[in-house]
Ligand binder design. Sequence first.
Ligand SMILES: Cc1cc2nc3c(=O)[nH]c(=O)nc-3n(C[C@H](O)[C@H](O)[C@H](O)COP(=O)(O)OP(=O)(O)OC[C@H]3O[C@@H](n4cnc5c(N)ncnc54)[C@H](O)[C@@H]3O)c2cc1C
Length: 340
Amino acid sequence: MSLVIQEQVSLRPYNTLAVDVRARFFVAVETLEQLRAALAWAKQREIAVFLLGGGSNLVLAKDLDVLVIHLQLRGINVLSEDDEFARVEVQAGENWHAFVQWSLAQGYSGLENLSLIPGSIGAAPVQNIGAYGVEVKDHLESVLVYDRYAQQTQRLSEKECQFAYRDSLFKRESGRRVILSIIFKLPKQATLHLDYGDLRGYLNKQGITEPTPQAVSRAVCEVRAAKLPDPAQLANTGSFFKNPVVSAEHAQKLKEQYPHIVSFVQDDGQVKLAAGWLIDQAGWKGLRQGDAAVHAQQALVLVNHGNASGQQILQLAAQIQADIKQRYGVELEIEPNIIA
Ligand SMILES: Cc1cc2nc3c(=O)[nH]c(=O)nc-3n(C[C@H](O)[C@H](O)[C@H](O)COP(=O)(O)OP(=O)(O)OC[C@H]3O[C@@H](n4cnc5c(N)ncnc54)[C@H](O)[C@@H]3O)c2cc1C
């Protein structure tokens, strides 16, 4: 199939923050051959490329003078299955949540806590998506990538992906490797993680004391839908800031000043603080500057009420960062990828 390269394409429908910037060139690829051809086309013309999945983790702050490659590779394939595990290969262009639902319907567990995270399979390892105490790395066996430097495909084990909190090799060496597919190893006997974010309490209130993975998935969807705005209704890019990690000493001082501060002690003794709590306490919740705003119910989420630019969203974020630094001595790091 030949490539259809479009020019001057609005990216508004392709990013959940609904920022209206243009791509100089845009192409959808459905196969590895098309990907190679698109990369060669850009190389020949000395044009940079940008890899696009579902656009749910981006702040597009200017028109992109590049070839945007929209990854549309499709397919789900069960490689092997025994009494304990199923090994499933999923192509990068599949939708994350749809795959989670498919896996649960087959009787495979492990991904239930990651229900309703927007975006594509291919982007999931980039920031090692996580929610309710589970991360994609927990059930990922390997990733097939196209390495643009070596100009060949390569299979990376979970260890080789160098996963960390909202981080990976793919994020650190951004743009070098195109993720083509993932092999998941999914347990058939579920080990549920219910203690994070009080999922157990939510299920108990529903009278569910011995939940199935599907019941956990439904609970996660309900809790998330109540807390986070749906990008289809109100444009946003999920959590705008990472939860900051500070020393035990710093956390102790903050606790003395703010006894209700939300914090989690880490394995290494450092303390993770809830960024949303800090921003909320500082009075930013619901604050609006033109069409850029802090969500009225969730201080961690910045929203676009209509025509905010990426720059306006980033200006609001910078003011929040400066205020949090001044009040608490804490640096907030932006979570989505800024394309500026
Ligand atoms: C309402 C909402 C809730 C969210 N909740 C969570 C959450 O609970 N936990 C969480 O971790 N995240 C969350 N996110 C963030 C987001 O959903 C994830 O980061 C998701 O994995 C992004 O997928 P995407 O396909 O939209 O990626 P995009 O936004 O299209 O791309 C993100 C980055 O990955 C790169 N990329 C995309 N595809 C590939 C590929 N195939 N190969 C190599 N690089 C690629 C892009 O170049 C870009 O740098 C949320 C977002 C929203 C809007």
